[in-house]
Design a protein around this ligand. Structure first.
Ligand code: UGA
Ligand code: MN
Length: 251
C-alpha cells in the first residue's frame, strides 16, 4: 500500500524550514505520496520549489480557509480549528483521482510535528483505522490508546476525555478505501474545540475496530512538537534604517 501523507501548511517565517525538514524525513519512506495543501487562494512559488526539489512523489493543492474560520494574529491559536478545509480538499482529491481498488493509507501529517520513520512501517498495513501514541500533547508526556487483548479499550488522556475519539490528528491513519467508500466522511470545520479528529473518525470507525500499532501503543513514534515564532526585533530595527536582510534571499 502507498502512504498518502496530507499536510496543510500556511505562509509564515518558519514555513520553509518546516517543509524542508518534513520532506527530508519523508525521503526515508518508501511507496510514499505527499499531498501538500496550502491555506491560500493560490499555490505559492516557495512551496512549489520545495516540492519540485524534494525528490518525493507529491501533489500540490491550495484552498483558503474561509475568513470567518480564519485565526487573527491576536487570537489564541486554539480558538479555531486549523487545516480543516485543506485536509478535506486532499480527501476530495483522493476520491477524484484514486480507484477504490487501490491499496493505500492516509495520514494527516501536520507540518510542525516530529515523525520517526518507524511510524510509517506501523501504519502501512492499516485495514480501517490504525492508532498509536502521540508524544508531548494534551498537556501530558504522551497520550495513547489503552490496549487489552489486542483491542483498544480506552484512552490515556486528560483533556476532554469524554470526546468520542480523544486523540490528536497525529495519532491515527485511515485506509484509503474507507475514505473512498464513505463519500461523506470529512472533517467538520464547525466542530467544537478538540472534536475535529472525532468528526472524521465517528463516521468511519468504532472504538472496537481500531487497530493498535507501535507495540500495543507502548511506543511513542510521533511528537506533537511546535515551532517557536522567531523574534524579528532586530530585523524591524534594521528595516527602519533601510538595512533589513536582503529581500531577494529566501528564508
Ligand atoms: C492541534 C492538532 O495537532 C492539529 O492537527 C489540529 O488541526 C489543531 O490542533 C486544531 O485544533 O485545529 P496545533 O499544533 O495546535 O494542532 O495546530 P497547528 O500545527 O498550528 O496547525 C495544524 C496544521 O494546520 C499545520 O499543518 C499548519 O501548517 C496548518 N495550518 C495552521 C493552516 O493550514 N492554516 C492556519 O491558519 C494554521
Ligand atoms: Mn502543530
Amino acid at each position: 500500500p502507498t502512504i498518502y501523507a496530507v499536510t496543510p501548511t500556511y505562509s509564515r517565517l518558519v514555513q520553509k524550514a518546516e517543509l524542508v525538514r518534513l520532506s527530508q524525513t519523508f525521503l526515508h519512506v518508501r511507496k510514499f505520496h505527499w499531498i501538500v495543501v496550502e491555506d491560500a487562494a493560490n499555490r505559492s512559488k516557495l512551496v512549489a520549489e520545495i516540492l519540485a526539489q524534494s525528490g518525493l512523489v507529491y501533489t500540490h493543492l491550495s484552498v483558503p480557509t474561509p475568513t470567518i474560520h480564519k485565526l487573527k494574529e491576536s487570537d489564541p491559536n486554539w480558538l479555531k480549528p486549523r487545516g480543516v478545509e485543506q485536509r478535506n480538499l486532499a480527501i476530495q482529491w483522493l476520491r477524484e483521482n484514486r480507484e477504490l481498488s487501490e491499496e493505500g493509507v492516509v495520514y494527516f501529517a501536520d507540518d510542525d510535528n516530529t515523525y520517526s520513520t518507524k511510524l510509517f512501517d506501523e501504519m502501512r498495513w492499516t485495514k480501517r483505522v490504525s492508532v498509536w501514541p502521540v508524544g508531548l500533547v494534551g498537556g501530558l508526556r504522551f497520550e495513547r490508546p489503552l490496549v487489552e487483548g489486542g483491542k483498544v479499550v480506552g484512552f490515556h488522556t486528560a483533556w476532554k476525555p469524554t470526546r468520542p475519539f480523544p486523540m490528536d490528528m497525529a495519532g491515527f491513519s485511515v485506509a484509503l478505501q474507507l475514505l473512498l467508500a464513505n463519500r461523506e466522511a470529512k472533517f467538520d470545520i464547525n466542530a467544537e474545540r478538540g472534536y475535529l479528529e472525532s468528526s472524521l473518525l465517528q463516521s468511519v470507525v468504532s472504538i472496537e475496530e481500531l487497530e493498535p500499532k507501535a507495540n500495543n501503543c507502548d511506543k511513542v513514534l510521533v511528537w506533537h512538537t511546535r515551532t517557536e515564532k522567531p523574534k524579528m526585533k532586530q530585523e524591524d530595527a534594521l528595516l527602519k534604517q533601510g538595512k533589513g536582510s536582503e529581500v531577494h534571499i529566501e528564508v
